[in-house]
Design a protein around this ligand. Structure first.
Ligand SMILES: [Zn+2]
Length: 297
């Protein structure tokens, strides 16, 4: 036996001595507990990261992977408070005109969102996606076919204002979270941009004075045209502190638009229906939103 062969035999003996014992086959109850724990962990992980796919083209200087990381991060700031909500997968594509969430689902039952931001405009991208993600929660969560999903709803301005609130909420949350846990360490430098973008967006709302008289003057116009951003942001600035104090309220928006299809429905009745359609634990939150809009439920 030469030296090399002898060395190999010693090495095999050492390995045998220090090799960990082979695991014994698990008993059935133990295996079941492990399987259950694994499935639960997988489910929790799946819940934490919304299922978002991004079309490869149209994002200019940004890659689809970078864009997707921003969308996942933005959606996550709201999604983490929606522990009991079911939402389908989301397919995002770039469109040149304006961001939009489709009323109807696309191929494979996926929610379809178009985003107009591109290149490295990270704050704008997060802002637009958070707005559309809120529309997805309102229109496509849980038993989504039961929801009133079409143009011409008289209180649709409130949904638009809540989606504006979602954008402000998300940017302010990302300004904090990206300081320590941005998707890429180098992206932490974007964190102050998020706060600045939200602040600039809200600046005009402080110039309208007291909310109640402003709202009385503007509600009729908002019922006619729900997409006036300069008005929706005034409502959003009013509602933002309520969501920042109790972010579980994001789950409450999933219970909107389950009431009567009445094109003349006053705000008070719309809010009362929303309140009634929420599970009891979320009703107090809707009552706070109503009070901020001068409606007592
Ligand atoms: Zn919108």
């Amino acid at each position: 036996m030469n030296k090399i062969a002898a060395g190999r035999r010693v090495a095999v003996r050492i390995r045998k001595r220090f090799a960990p014992p082979l695991p014994r086959p698990m008993k059935l109850p133990t295996a079941a507990v492990f399987l259950f724990a694994f499935l639960l962990a997988a489910q929790v992980y799946a819940r934490r990261a919304p299922d978002i796919t991004v079309a490869p083209a149209g994002w200019g200087l940004a890659s689809a992977g970078e864009v997707r990381a921003v969308f996942v991060s933005a959606a996550g700031e709201i999604w983490k408070f929606c522990s009991d909500t079911k939402l389908g997968g989301i397919s995002v594509f770039h469109r040149d005109d304006h961001p939009q969430t489709e009323w109807e689902r696309g191929a494979g039952g996926r929610i379809v969102i178009g985003i107009a931001a591109r290149d490295r405009h990270c704050a704008q991208m997060a802002f637009q996606f958070a707005h559309e993600f809120c529309h997805a929660l309102v229109a496509h969560s849980n038993d989504w076919r039961r929801k009133w999903r079409e143009e011409g709803k008289p209180n649709h301005w409130l949904e638009e204002s809540l989606c504006e609130t979602a954008s402000l909420f998300t940017l302010r949350a990302m300004a904090r979270s990206w300081q320590t846990s941005a998707p890429d360490r180098e992206w932490a430098s974007y964190a102050p941009e998020f706060a600045k973008y939200a602040q600039e967006r809200m600046a005009a709302s402080s110039r309208v004075g007291a909310f109640a008289p402003w709202f009385r003057r503007n509600e009729a116009a908002m019922r006619r045209n729900p997409s006036m951003e300069e008005k929706n942001v005034v409502v959003a600035a009013r509602l933002l502190p309520i969501f920042e104090e109790d972010p579980r309220g994001w789950e409450a928006v999933t219970f909107m638009n389950l009431g009567e299809h009445d094109r003349r429905m006053p705000l008070s009745r719309f809010l009362a229906e929303w309140h009634r359609n929420c599970p009891p634990r979320l009703r107090e939150f809707v009552a706070r939103v109503a009070l901020a809009l001068d409606v007592r439920l």
